[in-house]
Write a protein that binds this ligand. Structure first.
Ligand code: H2U
Length: 361
């Protein structure tokens, strides 16, 4: 087999090889020859039955009572509220353990919010219209701005956990926002790596990476004037993607109105492709990484979103990060290039809409 050329002009080995993630300073083992192995392991539950537009038992639907006792308003687009079971709490004064090289703990305070994307229980971002998705982007942005103004929140993590395969507790379309006093270690490492690259090269890491991906094209899934979706060269999850702005912008609030509109377009197109891939409501965890809100300078930081979907070969067979991956380093079979090719080949019309057009009268 001839080695494939990657964007560096250097060959990417055709057999087992490791790829470096310059954002996280981590490696992934790629074993393309292994995809043909048999699977007798776990199959995910069958697709959930059709959902009602309003579920009287859902704690996120309009007008319903939440687990904490409060009633949701009769909201019409997005609805954001304080998580009734927050993982982070406002600061309490108390003794900080002091330095200890072995048993080291420090306080972490913060605030957790829940964002309902739509009053419709049966929708997902992939099936929402552009104005609806735009409202979600505006809600994310407003929350990041609001957290940033407080002064006691150093970092805001916007994320969505979708599907039972990812441990999501409710099918009602929603995401979460956790603001914490200290910057969590994954975004902190990304900031450090981007700073290091900027200090060495005088340009931002993701901007340079984007130029390489656009020149090569083989890992680009879709794009518009303001955004590019790629399966990163170093992707760990089978159909992992990264959504990167074309302009060097460091946070959601720094996006222009046109860029937010472009983002609604690109998120719709990406999530529709995901659903179409295995004709299912595609599970994933996604999140935004942007400049921390701690007032420090973060040279070379470029905003981006990451999507980590667990599905591997069908709607029922998922990838587990176990064994070698828990003890040595992550490993994947499907190459990033093949994953991008398969996502590129998908229609941008949702399969449920295609089905409804083909249904006999
Ligand atoms: P997940 O599905 O990603 O777990 O998000 C749902 C969140 O909603 C979860 O963090 C919160 C849970 O604490 N929640 C409320 O705040 N109120 C409720 O009535 C139930 C769930």
């Amino acid at each position: 087999m001839l080695p494939a050329m990657n964007t560096t002009g250097r060959p990417t080995p055709a057999g087992p090889h490791r790829r470096y993630n310059p954002l996280l300073d981590e490696w992934v083992l790629v074993s393309p020859h292994r995809l043909a192995r048999p699977w007798q392991g776990q199959v995910e539950a069958a697709h959930p039955p059709g959902l009602p537009a309003h579920d009287p038992d859902c704690y996120l639907c309009p007008r319903n009572r939440r687990a904490g006792g409060e009633h949701n308003p009769d909201y019409r687009d997005t609805f954001v509220f304080d998580n009734d079971f927050p993982a982070l709490l406002p600061p309490v004064s108390g003794a900080d353990g002091g330095p200890d090289d072995l048993l080291h703990a420090e306080p972490q305070s913060g605030i957790c919010r829940v964002v309902c994307f739509s009053p419709r229980h049966d929708l997902t971002l992939a099936r929402m219209d552009m104005p609806g998705i735009r409202k979600v982007i505006e809600a994310w942005t407003a929350e990041v701005e609001r957290f940033g103004r407080r002064g006691d929140i150093g970092y805001v993590q916007v994320f969505e956990n979708k599907g039972t395969a990812m441990g999501c507790s409710n099918p009602h379309p929603h995401g979460q926002i956790w603001g914490s006093a200290a910057v969590p270690h994954l975004p902190a490492r990304k900031m450090a790596m981007q700073r290091r690259y900027f200090e060495r090269h005088g340009r931002d890491l993701l901007g340079d990476y984007l130029l390489r991906e656009l020149a090569a094209g083989e890992r680009v899934v879709c794009r518009n004037e303001a955004w590019v979706v790629v399966v990163p060269f170093w992707a760990v999850w089978p159909f992992e993607t990264m959504v990167v702005p074309v302009r060097a912008v460091d946070s959601l609030p720094a996006l222009t109105s046109d860029e937010r509109e472009g983002l609604a377009d690109i998120l719709r197109r990406l999530t529709v492709r995901y659903d179409n891939l295995f004709a299912c409501s595609f599970p994933y965890s996604m999140g935004w990484h942007g400049r921390p809100t701690d007032g420090q300078s973060y040279p070379g930081c470029r905003l981006h979103a990451v999507y980590f979907p667990p599905l591997l070969r069908s709607a029922d067979v998922r990838k587990f990060l176990v064994g070698y991956e828990m003890t040595a380093e992550p490993q994947r079979d499907l190459t990033a290039e093949s994953a991008a090719e398969r996502l590129r080949a998908q229609s941008e019309t949702h399969y449920l809409i295609q089905l409804s057009h083909h249904r006999p009268e």
